[in-house]
Design a binder for this molecule. Structure first.
Ligand code: NI
Length: 183
């Protein structure tokens, strides 16, 4: 296992569509995911997409730790290959996001509140789930990476793009803690 270098905004690997994985059970995919998990934990992220570690393949990992769980239960680490997302309702919710590829910044991003997603796990088995709240937000953020989209491109009001060091001007320290993680 290894901690991988994270690509930052401006790197072309983050701006193009990633390729589907023909065999999710291939050993090189298992090795990639092991390194992504180590890299995400080292960076204290909520999620990570393969293009963020310079691998243009449709692989994402994410979790919702206990302390971040909102109206949904905490989510154990999920590995999702070739993911597909579908909105379950038209309802859109604004929420703060950060990204390991856009370090030091946070922005308010509109996302679907309720989604269904599907994909394949490392064992080759299909995964199908529904998600709401932060869980749904994280999945949408990670899957956007597979299509070359970073969260600032989803923002509708760039006045809401701020440095983490300035968040205290608009929220309490406790609130700032809840938007601390990048993904
Ligand atoms: Ni990100």
């Amino acid at each position: 296992m290894a901690i991988l270098k994270i690509a930052r905004m401006g790197n072309p690997v983050l701006a193009r569509a990633a390729e589907a994985v023909p065999d999710p059970t291939a050993p090189d995919i298992a090795a990639l995911v092991a390194d992504m998990i180590e890299t995400m934990h080292d960076a204290q992220g909520l999620g990570l997409a393969a293009p963020q570690v310079h691998v243009p393949k449709r692989v994402v990992i994410f979790h919702v730790p206990d302390e971040r769980a909102d109206d949904e239960a905490p989510l154990e680490l999920m590995v999702l290959i070739n993911p597909v997302i579908e909105a379950l309702a038209a309802e859109i919710e604004d929420g703060w996001e950060g990204c390991l590829s856009v370090p030091g910044l946070r922005g308010v991003v509109p996302r679907y509140r309720r989604i269904a997603y599907r994909g394949v796990g490392l064992d080759g088995r299909p995964i199908q789930r529904q998600a709401a709240g932060l869980h749904a937000r994280v999945v949408q953020h990670e899957c956007d990476h597979l299509d070359g989209i970073l969260y600032p491109q989803r923002m509708t009001d760039l006045r809401q793009l701020v440095f983490t060091s300035e968040l205290h001007h608009r929220m309490s320290p406790a609130e700032a803690e809840t938007v601390a993680a990048e993904q």
